[in-house]
Design a protein around this ligand. Structure first.
Ligand code: ARG
Length: 755
């Protein structure tokens, strides 16, 4: 089943692939359930000292119990027996922003809770910790074959997936879902415990947590201290529970011991986390569509939004804080998508994939039985993309354009209310419910609303929509509105903000007291949002259905066929926000001719990058004075006496892995994964072993900042710090017998105390 691949899908490398067994383990995001069967032997060869059960076990504490998915979008891990939780600064960013005001600016100043009573609650944040997972492929696909019609298959699969996950929820005790793998050839059930009381404990000032800003983002060499600290709370019985003042710090089944010993190049390293999405099996036509149409469209729209936000953020502290989180996340993928398109072009991925597809087609056509099952897979895929790409702009200009405008997103939230108001049999209950649900989110939704800036964004996005979306896909109602305003988008936006009930929380609150359809029908924000959404739902979405189903069928067969065509090759499933393990080594790289990168950075680099005139490169005075005084405490590296800030591994990660623990062969925390490198921005589509790296904070830098810069020594004291000799040599158990015994003893101790 899933086994590792040595290289990407390059057809040129295929012969090599079939001949050579695993060269390095870097590529692949593996399911913990299957590690024992698929990876453990290989991992041991590379330096892992843990048993497969110490990684994943349903009945006894294992690594999986120390790791959770944070808020559905990041990874976090327990680092104390009292539920202390470590993640990235950019993962905690929204929470940190929520607690910030110009008077008490935690983003700028950083934060540390002196006592547990000072820890800050976050109503919408949660952590899901895996309880267990199961292969349910047999149950989901029972009686289904390639002869089963698409619609019938889809219906059966969705019924069974629902029944299986419903049963696993045990009446709300767990969060459970089934996800499809390898194009729907396999299905797995995931059952999680959800902890909903997650409090902010510490964060560095953003001059550390976001040091280097968007300039250094997705780049090596890196000097960001990208961490923040939370704590999970549970009820009296140590069970997951909603927030309550009486909740107690959660005692996790397992927390990670923290290694004080640092890393060397070639050390074993594994990353455990929740990678969001990769599309490594995507066909050439899909790669072309993504990198040549979708990405440029998204980048164009985001580019404009970013410029407009930035202009106003630079003018006002209030606006800067309100937009901080939105700006950072919009900028993050704005940069990523540019790198992805460039990286795919540079590597020649489309041509590589086309070569593989040619070979696949020949293989399928060479045998009548194969031809019947797999012969049409690529034609299906290519036909589907040809159809889907007609609507790419409509989709992107809705998601990134219209929904990139705050007021239009708010107005779109009233579509359900409008439906209830205009329902044939006047539905008073429905109206009440829809209005109530809108009222509920009002505080949160208007907290960061900046009407003056949003108005400029609205004008710009509407202008782009009118110019770029194919005319026959634009809603007639919107064209009529544009006409009313003589295609003057600035005037339209001005009028919208002057008159719409969505332009302020107070106006919307008043409207929701006695909502009418007539008011919405003449509300400019609602008219615009509704016209686009309605047009999409009625005229665009139905046209996507058939090609989407055709694409799913084609992909399923294309992937299954490749597994038959290359029985010697290992296939791992694409990331899909489920828990994965990736293993490899600490490793440098050569980004281009004549340049050799080191595998780690130090405080020296922070001093070198310091620029008080550039907000991205300001260094806090406290950090500079510690640096000048060489006041590094126990956090300097024993070999060079420097504080190491970040290091590289060749682990296979993607977005969603942010905040993942980097763990050494003994199961100790050595780092905190936080980014990918610019030369491998194509990594969601293709894995290039020469250039794909994972950027991690050295855990000792995290502790240094907590202890020495933000005065959080009491938090470091909560952790289980362990000191070892150098990481064990791969394969031979770490050298001489005496040293090995000593290490083993220490390991046992550190593991035991960390349970
Ligand atoms: N590139 C990082 C990631 O996706 C996020 C960095 C956020 N920082 C920023 N400057 N936008 O994991």
């Amino acid at each position: 089943m899933f086994r590792k691949t040595v290289s990407g899908l390059a057809a040129a490398a295929l012969a090599l692939l079939l001949a050579a067994p695993a060269a390095r383990a870097d590529e692949g995001m593996w399911l913990p359930l299957l590690v024992k069967r698929l990876n453990h032997v290989d991992m041991q060869k590379q330096g892992l000292k843990l048993t497969a059960e110490e990684i994943y076990d349903v009945n006894n504490a294992s690594l999986k119990d120390a790791i959770g998915q944070l808020g559905g979008f990041c990874t976090a891990e327990f680092i104390s027996k009292d539920g202390l939780l470590l993640t990235n600064h950019h993962c905690g960013y929204d929470a940190i922003q929520n607690h910030s005001t110009p008077q008490n600016d935690l983003l700028t100043n950083g934060f540390v809770a002196k006592t547990k009573a000072d820890e800050l609650t976050n109503p919408t944040l949660f952590v899901d910790v895996l309880h267990h997972m199961d292969d349910v492929t047999g149950k989901v696909l029972e009686g289904i074959s390639e002869a089963t019609p698409d619609a019938e298959r889809a219906k059966l699969v969705s019924e069974r997936v629902k029944a299986i996950s419903d049963a696993a929820k045990e009446n709300g005790k767990y969060v459970a879902y089934v996800r499809d793998f390898l194009g729907g050839n396999e299905y797995y059930l995931f059952v999680y415990t959800r902890f909903a009381d997650v409090r902010l404990v510490a964060a560095p000032p953003q001059s550390i947590g976001k040091f280097g800003g968007d300039t250094d983002n997705w780049m090596w060499p890196r000097h960001t201290g990208d961490f923040s600290v939370f704590r999970v709370y549970a009820n009296e019985r140590n069970e997951a529970a909603p927030y309550a003042a009486t909740n107690k710090p959660y005692q996790p089944k397992k927390h990670l011991p923290v290694s004080m010993s640092g890393v060397d190049e070639n050390d074993f390293a594994m990353v455990f986390g929740f990678p969001g999405r990769t599309t490594r099996y995507m066909a050439a036509a899909g790669v072309k569509m993504t990198t040549e149409m979708t990405n440029p469209a998204r980048v164009k729209l985001r580019d404009k939004r970013l410029k407009l936000m930035k202009e106003d953020m630079d003018q006002s502290a209030d606006v800067r804080i309100k937009y901080a989180s939105t700006y950072a996340s919009v900028a993050n993928y704005w940069k990523f998508w540019q790198g992805e398109s460039e990286g795919v072009r540079k590597l020649g991925t489309v041509a590589q994939k086309q070569a593989l597809e040619k070979q696949f087609q020949q293989w399928a056509d060479a045998d009548p039985k194969r031809k019947e099952t797999y012969g049409a897979a690529l034609a299906d895929i290519n036909g589907a993309y040809a159809e889907l790409s007609k609507y790419t702009l409509s989709q992107q200009y809705l998601n990134e354009g219209i929904f990139g405008v705050d007021i239009l997103q708010k107005a779109a939230g009233a579509i359900a209310l409008h439906k209830a108001l205009t329902a044939k049999d006047a539905d008073a209950e429905g109206v009440k419910k829809a209005a109530a649900s809108m009222e509920e989110g009002l505080g949160e939704s208007y907290k960061d609303f900046v009407p003056a800036t949003d108005q400029k964004i609205a004008a710009a996005m509407l202008r782009y929509f009118a110019q770029d979306v194919p005319k026959d896909q634009q809603p007639e109602a919107l064209t009529a509105i544009f006409k009313e305003y003589g295609n003057d988008y600035d005037r339209l936006a001005r009028e919208m903000f002057a008159t719409s009930v969505f332009a302020s929380k107070a106006k919307l609150e008043a409207f929701l007291k006695a909502p009418t359809a007539a008011a919405l029908d003449k509300d400019l924000a609602f008219r615009v949002a509704n016209s686009v959404v309605k047009n999409f739902n009625e005229n665009i979405a139905p046209k996507l259905q058939a090609p989407a189903a055709q694409l799913a069928r084609g992909n399923r067969r294309f992937i299954q066929g490749q597994r038959e065509m290359m029985p010697g090759k290992s296939f791992y499933p694409d990331a899909n926000s489920t828990i994965r393990l990736s293993y490899g080594t600490v490793r440098a790289y050569k980004p281009r001719d004549g340049v050799d990168y080191a595998y780690y950075t130090t405080l020296d680099g922070i001093a070198q990058k310091e620029d008080p005139t550039n907000e991205e490169f300001i260094v806090p005075a406290k950090l500079m004075s510690l640096y000048r005084a060489k006041d590094f405490g126990r956090y300097a590296d024993p070999k060079d006496g420097k504080v190491h800030v970040a290091f590289l591994t060749d682990n296979d990660i993607t977005g969603g892995n942010s905040g993942s623990p980097v763990i050494n062969g003994r199961g100790e925390l050595i780092g905190l994964a936080f980014d990918g490198n610019w030369e491998s921005m194509n990594g969601n589509i293709v894995f290039d072993p020469a250039l794909k790296r994972c950027i991690n904070n050295d855990i000792r830098y995290v502790l240094f900042v907590i202890d020495k810069v933000i005065d959080g020594k009491h938090l470091v004291d909560e952790m289980t710090l362990v000191t070892n000799g150098p990481n064990p040599e791969p394969g031979n158990g770490g050298g001489a017998g005496k040293k090995m015994k000593k290490e083993k003893k220490k390991k046992d101790k550190s593991m035991a105390s960390a349970q």
